[in-house]
Design a protein around this ligand. Structure first.
Ligand SMILES: Nc1ncnc2c1ncn2[C@@H]1O[C@H](COP(=O)(O)OP(=O)(O)OP(=O)(O)O)[C@@H](O)[C@H]1O
Length: 322
């Protein structure tokens, strides 16, 4: 297996508000190899997006990455200057968000936006830019790319707009793409097509990808490994087969039960009972203990890390038997 080219170690990103400190990302570590997709999954508020924004160096006030290391090919990103980090974004790390209209300018033709993305980082001829845009649009399955280039965003469907955003992310051949719920707003057939095309691009280009989602079902098609997060912390990580086939953390197991396709037809979607604890008042114990049917007094006192294989790690006092 190849070496990891991207490593996150002990990441802590907190929001300093008048109400107190929201510890949104707590001691998160993972790595990524080329050609690999890491899925980060968890309910709303578990810290997935803040993890992505921390990697991009774009956490907004009153938030701040207070500690941790983020290394790309051995280079420490947390100590880059603002200008060097700006150069790194887009060129080496690109991010794709759920809503393409957040990224696309409604007043500019697709061509001009894509040209701008290239010329911000490289000086190449218009002919070459044109060719690269066509190649990128084709790579994500956009039919008649010549015509799409002259269109405005509102002239395209939601699925086409998201493909344009992904094509723009691919333009500079980044090492890493962070995709934050990129297909959630789309219909399932379009979702499946985009996921299929993404997987092909990752394999062909040897890209690394972090795919952030609340939906474990999409990850079974796409991810090589999965990190399950809850209330800002890591709960379990492993290969997709380990997480989906033999989950050890009670939280992962509950998440899997709530995936509709695993339920009996006609059965109501099961919700996990209870709510996430406040990120303001987290102690040393397991954040899931208040909702966990296996919890004991030990869970209030720290969380042990258990290893079930080279790749499968769980943070829990009472991992499930499989
Ligand atoms: N601007 C902010 N100010 C204060 N707290 C914030 C801010 N942004 C995020 N947070 C805190 O960080 C927590 C985690 O947010 P994050 O967006 O990473 O969750 P998520 O897992 O991506 O959820 P979702 O699936 O809903 O996007 C939030 O619940 C909130 O407490």
């Amino acid at each position: 297996m190849s070496e990891a080219f991207f490593e996150v170690e002990g990441l802590n990103t907190w929001f300093f508000t008048r109400m107190g400190i929201f510890k949104s990302v707590r001691d998160v570590s993972f790595d990524l190899r080329r050609g690999e997709v890491l899925g980060i999954v968890g309910e709303s508020g578990s810290g997935k997006s803040v993890t992505g924004m921390s990697i991009m160096g774009q956490v907004e006030e009153p938030g701040r990455t207070v500690s941790g290391s983020i290394r790309l090919d051995g280079e420490e990103l947390t100590s880059l200057s603002f200008e060097d980090m700006r150069r790194c974004r887009g060129r080496r790390i690109a991010m794709v968000f759920q809503n393409p209209l957040m990224t696309l300018n409604p007043l500019m033709r697709i061509r001009d936006q894509m040209y701008e993305a290239i010329s911000e980082h490289e000086s190449v001829s218009e002919d070459e830019m044109h060719q690269r845009c066509l190649d990128a649009l084709r790579a994500v399955g956009i039919p008649s790319p010549e015509e799409r280039l002259t269109a405005y965003p509102h002239e395209l469907s939601g699925g086409m707009r998201q493909r344009v955003v992904i094509a723009t992310a691919l333009l500079l051949n980044p090492d890493l793409i962070i995709a934050d719920e990129p297909t959630t707003a789309l219909d399932v057939t379009i979702q499946a097509q985009i996921i299929h095309q993404m997987r092909r691009q990752i394999d062909e280009r040897g890209l690394g990808m972090i795919w952030i989602t609340h939906d474990l079902a999409t990850l079974s098609e796409l991810a090589d490994r999965i990190l399950v997060m809850y209330a800002g912390a890591m709960m379990e990580t492993g290969t997709t087969a380990e997480i989906i086939g033999s989950p050890r953390h009670p939280y992962t197991s509950k998440l899997l039960e709530s995936v509709p396709s695993r339920n009996v037809p006609g059965e109501k979607l099961r919700q996990i009972r209870g709510t996430m604890p406040s990120l303001l008042s987290l102690g040393a114990g397991c954040p899931f203990m208040g909702r966990c049917e296996h919890a004991t007094d030990a869970c209030a006192r720290g969380v042990p890390e258990r290893m079930f294989s080279q790749t499968h790690r769980v943070w829990c006092h009472h991992p499930l038997e499989v």
